[in-house]
Write a protein that binds this ligand. Structure first.
Ligand code: NAP
Length: 518
């Protein structure tokens, strides 16, 4: 069986004894193994610091943007092959595979554009300058300059392409060399992208390294200029946050973790209206796209109590139309879960939610003899405030309808019970409801998506993460922040206050000299 190599210290590393096996989740056939055995992680970090970092920082934002644009084109050139690998190893339908791979291509292209706009600069000004003295001679500015460390990226299994490249796009544009580690169960797509990047010669030596398998003692070698950006479960996030070396050196840590995302239907939304149809379509899409293995997928659907039965019937009929099966079959709308472990977890999660809810459709029972399949599962709770719905993330095609009293205030309080989410969608044509809900929910949700008749025709679904908008959420969701156009670079840059003679530090002088400095 093929073993997926790592790309470290300028060469392929085949690894030793297998650490894990990757499967085809549709057929359960083994596809490949991974092993990072024998990698000298101290040398990997040093390689990034001594080769990749200096080479990237020697370039301007505009020049780095040019490299990122080439990466986008490189991955686009292998799009069909990557879609096939995703179908094989992640069990995604073609549409779901495109969602991941085009997400990677598009995010790289977006960061190439942002970087091109920054042009031939090596640092950025942050906000307007301030007069500090009696006159403007004593002046203050804030600048953002590349840090001299390495960016370690530990990624989740559910978006092997996008998750790796959205992080890499921000880091590389900011001048930070990256060490990428994919989620193991679906590493095949990430591995092929890494092979393309590592062998293309687009990036300077040491700017991109890829570790397939365990990260071993990698984190023990990080220091004060380095950063760790993680996407995955809250349990792993908590372990990493408390890692002794990261704590001792104040290594920057950005965590993207679980989320009990919510949708709120306001009482004013009339059946058959654009907003109503958008709500139903988005909930059904979120539940079944990537078999519900999306960090932004809706888990809690709040509906005015008196409309619970009506919405249950609508969603049951939408979900019944979703054909579940072999993702290679063009008619299939939902494939299997990504791994056997996922299947076990999702089934157990459905059982736990079912202790306080009845099943409208789907459930934990097996639906096919082979493969890691579970049916789209809609649960209906009598008590929207019961603890289990605000504590249990079931990372699959599963959501619960929860009744509320129809007020924006109660909706916001219930959303907050999730302890911090990535995205909450609110559907209403009442501007007052939207405003009260948005402001009540904002402290508890990294993104609030407001659906109404006026935007229905143009809207992109709430589950879609866009490079222009921040991604991340408070509390349980990890407390981190990614993307958001140039905001996504801040994690890799040092914000420094400059105080001195305005003629030296103001953008018109300092910036001009820095741009021409060797
Ligand atoms: P996970 O088990 O926490 O794994 C995430 C990553 O961490 C994987 O690469 C994993 O490697 C690695 N890892 C696990 N233990 C580690 C350790 N002790 N030290 C260093 N690395 C370690 O999560 P997952 O099952 O892959 O992903 C599903 C979860 O991710 C869901 O809960 C979902 O909500 C969350 N998620 C969040 C976002 C977001 O943006 N907030 C996005 C996607 C997913 P191995 O695979 O080799 O174990």
């Amino acid at each position: 069986m093929r073993q997926l190599d790592s790309f470290v210290c300028g060469r392929r590393h085949a690894g030793g004894a297998s650490q894990a096996t990757l499967f085809n989740p549709t057929s359960e056939e083994p596809l490949a193994t991974v092993s990072s055995d024998g990698i000298d992680f101290k040398a990997v970090v040093e390689h990034a610091r001594s080769r990749g970092g200096p080479a990237l920082r020697a370039l301007t934002f505009g020049q780095r943007a040019g490299l990122i644009e080439q990466l986008s084109k490189l991955i686009h050139g292998a799009r069909e092959e990557l879609i096939e690998l995703s179908i094989q190893n992640a069990g995604t339908t073609r549409g779901d595979a495109k969602f991941d791979i085009d997400g990677a291509i598009g995010t790289l292209a977006a960061y190439a554009r942002y970087g091109a706009e920054l042009g031939e600069r090596k640092f950025l000004y942050d906000g307007a300058g301030v007069q500090l003295g009696r006159t403007a001679r004593f002046w203050g500015e804030h600048v953002l300059a590349p840090r001299e460390g390495v960016a370690v990226h530990i990624n989740a299994f559910n978006f092997p392409a996008w998750n790796m490249m959205e992080k890499a796009a921000c880091a590389l544009l900011a001048g930070a060399p990256v060490i990428e580690k994919p989620g193991t169960p679906t590493a095949l797509t990430a591995w092929r992208i890494a092979e393309l990047v590592a062998t293309s010669g687009v990036l300077p030596e040491g700017a991109f390294q890829f570790v397939c398998g365990s990260v071993g003692d990698l984190l023990d070698h990080l220091g004060p200029q380095d950063g760790l950006a993680f996407t995955g479960s809250s349990a792993t996030a908590a372990k990493l946050r408390g890692h002794a070396v990261l704590v001792r050196h104040n290594v920057r840590v950005n965590l993207e973790a679980d989320s009990l995302n919510a949708a709120v239907l306001a009482p004013d939304v009339e059946a058959g209206s654009d907003t109503y149809n958008l709500f139903l379509a988005n909930v059904a899409l979120d539940m079944t796209q990537k078999s519900g293995q999306k960090c932004t997928a809706v888990r809690r659907v709040f509906v005015p109590r008196e409309r619970l039965e009506e919405i249950e019937a609508e969603l049951r009929s939408s979900l019944a139309a979703i054909k579940v099966g072999d993702p290679a079959d063009a008619a299939t709308r939902m494939g299997p879960l990504a791994s056997a472990a996922q299947l076990t977890d999702v089934r157990a999660g459905i059982q736990r939610l079912s202790s306080a809810a009845r099943t409208a459709c789907g459930g934990a029972a097996p639906i096919r003899e082979r493969g890691y399949f579970v049916a789209p599962t809609l649960l209906v709770a009598a008590d929207g405030a019961a603890d289990v719905f605000h504590a249990e993330e079931v990372f699959g095609p599963v959501a619960t309808l929860l009744p509320y009293d129809g007020s924006a205030a109660q909706a916001a309080r219930l959303v907050a019970r999730g302890g911090g989410s990535l995205v909450t969608s609110v559907y209403s044509n009442d501007a007052g409801f939207l405003e009260e809900a948005a402001l009540g929910i904002a402290p508890w949700s990294g993104r609030v998506w407001l659906g109404s008749d006026k935007m229905a025709e143009q809207s992109l679904a709430p589950g879609m993460v866009l490079p222009a908008m921040v991604h991340g959420g408070p509390g349980r969701a990890g407390g981190g922040e990614e993307l958001g156009a140039l905001r996504g670079l801040a994690f890799y840059l040092q914000r420094t206050a400059l105080q001195g003679f305005k003629g030296v530090i103001a953008p018109e002088s300092f910036c001009a000299r820095a741009a021409t400095a060797k």
